[in-house]
Design a protein around this ligand. Structure first.
Ligand code: ADP
Ligand code: ASP
Ligand code: MG
Length: 450
């Protein structure tokens, strides 16, 4: 079997859902399982509703809910057979309206926010299943929540893989064996008690990979709006080229440092079984896309030292200066314990003899982190920074590369430079406004024209 995941832009409206159905038709012999995101923009709209309710903006809540209901209803009506989905969606919009009303004026609890955000995938999957039935396919709509059992860290929940593997096999395999095409939701899950959770923004890719691993898929297809994994984000570098292949490690590093095309955790569940990920363009399904597979096969093919350049903004650099760390052991451990206690993820680390610089993306628990770090040394922050990451297996073995990298980055003020432990990435921290330019200069140096 295979897993086919369709992102928001591939389920944006009736036309794109129609195209999805035609793509699925070409995959029937592979026994596909379909995973979908919410219609483009719907998750953002749902989160905005939660905020509007908190701000007691009843007009905005009503307008938002009506807009979502209208959009789903008109999409359903435009799709042959789509009206079958209407009742379930309309009923759920009503349920959502009263849930949101219940949060009016109070800070929504993380559980409330996840319950609200998870609606988009529930609705889009109804539309897709109805459209598939309308086209003569045999879909089976599946609620993923009893299968995707997670912990209760709302908005960034972690699935319990053993439970999920067992339930996926019990619930989904019989459907596929019966010749049906299961259609289910990315991004969402539920606690063992059935409370809805989400896996983090962009999490549908991760869902597809988890289900692919659970069902021993022969590949996981990620259908999106670009031809595959590219040498840079084409929105920044219009001349970016599509890669035919990349390793799991490279894909994970690129995603961690801002290549939104794949969620950073996508490769993780697939590594052990060596299941390939194929990134494909739903607008140009005839293109070969990018195959992300175990690195061993790739190194034989490898030619260019760098595979791709990514960047992400909204980064804060935390500097800790502690003269007594010179020659003292236990300092780094004490420092990392602070981050661990507050569950703050560190992306990049560079350390000198008496100081350490780290980068974090999530500022929500920063005050507490800084307070505790101040007990270890002098702490100062630099915000509005960006990380630019150059990624490629070739970085491991190409002499003279550092000089080219530094030359390309040089006009910008580079504040932290770091090489990942796996030696397949080199990261630079720059001011946010310099990020796109640094990406373009590096791209010009390693891949030619911008
Ligand atoms: P989906 O809704 O299908 O999940 P996303 O918007 O999450 O799609 O991801 C696709 C987008 O990722 C592309 O439109 C592109 O702008 C962006 N992107 C960033 N870096 C890269 C890269 N290295 N290769 C391809 N796309 C990239
Ligand atoms: N709909 C979710 C989001 O916008 C999940 C996804 O698209 O992968 O983040
Ligand atoms: Mg995405």
């Amino acid at each position: 079997m295979i897993v086919c995941k369709f992102g928001g832009t591939s389920v944006a409206d009736a036309a794109t859902i129609g195209r999805l159905v035609r793509i699925v038709e070409t995959r029937l012999d592979d026994r596909p399982l379909i995973v979908v995101s919410a219609l483009a923009g719907v998750t953002d709209a749902l989160l905005a509703l939660a905020r509007a309710a908190y701000e007691r903006d009843a007009g905005k809540v009503k307008e938002g809910l009506d807009g979502l209901a209208r959009r789903h209803a008109s999409t359903a009506r435009e799709l042959p057979g789509g009206e079958v989905a209407l009742d379930a969606i309309e009923e759920d919009v009503k349920a959502l309206a009263s849930e949101i009303e219940g949060t009016t004026g109070r800070m929504p609890r993380p559980a409330d926010v996840d319950a609200i955000a998870s609606r988009g995938e529930l609705w889009s999957s109804r539309l897709v299943a109805a459209a598939m039935a309308g086209a003569g396919l045999s879909p089976a709509w599946v609620d993923i929540r009893p299968i995707m059992v997670t912990d209760d860290r709302f908005s960034r929940a972690t699935p319990y893989t053993q439970v999920l593997n067992k339930r996926a096999r019990e619930c989904l395999t019989p459907l596929i064996d019966a010749g049906l095409v299961p259609v289910t939701q990315g991004f969402i899950g539920a606690t063992p008690d059935g409370v809805p959770t989400t896996l983090g923004r962009g999490g549908s890719d991760f869902t597809a990979a988890l289900l692919g691993a659970a069902l021993s898929a022969s590949r996981v297809e990620i259908w999106t709006d670009v031809d595959g994994l590219m040498t840079a984000d084409p929105r920044i570098v219009p001349a970016a080229r599509t890669l035919r292949a990349a390793s799991y490690e490279e894909a994970a590093e690129l995603a961690t440092f801002g290549a939104r095309v794949l969620h950073p955790a996508t490769a993780m569940p697939l590594v052990r079984a060596g299941i390939p990920i194929v990134v494909l363009n739903a607008r140009r399904p005839e293109q070969p896309g990018t195959t992300v597979a175990p690195s061993a096969e790739l190194e034989r093919v490898g030619d260019s030292p760098i595979r791709s350049i990514s960047w992400k903004k909204g980064i804060t650099v935390i500097n800790v200066r502690a003269p007594r760390m010179l020659g003292a052991f236990g300092f780094l451990r004490a420092m990392f314990e602070v981050f661990e206690r507050h569950e703050v993820v560190v992306d990049v680390l560079a350390s000198g003899e008496v100081s350490v610089s780290l980068t974090v993306e999530d500022r929500s628990r920063l005050d507490a982190v800084v307070r505790e770090l101040s007990e270890l040394g002098e702490v100062w922050l630099e915000d509005r920074r960006a990380i630019v990451a150059v990624v490629g297996i070739g970085l491991r073995h190409t002499p003279g590369l550092a000089a080219r990298l530094f030359k390309a980055v040089q006009p910008a003020n580079v504040e932290v430079i770091s090489q990942g432990a796996s030696a397949i990435n080199m990261t630079f921290v720059v001011r946010e406004e310099d990020g796109p330019d640094v990406v373009r200069r590096l791209h010009a140096e390693f891949f030619g024209a911008c």
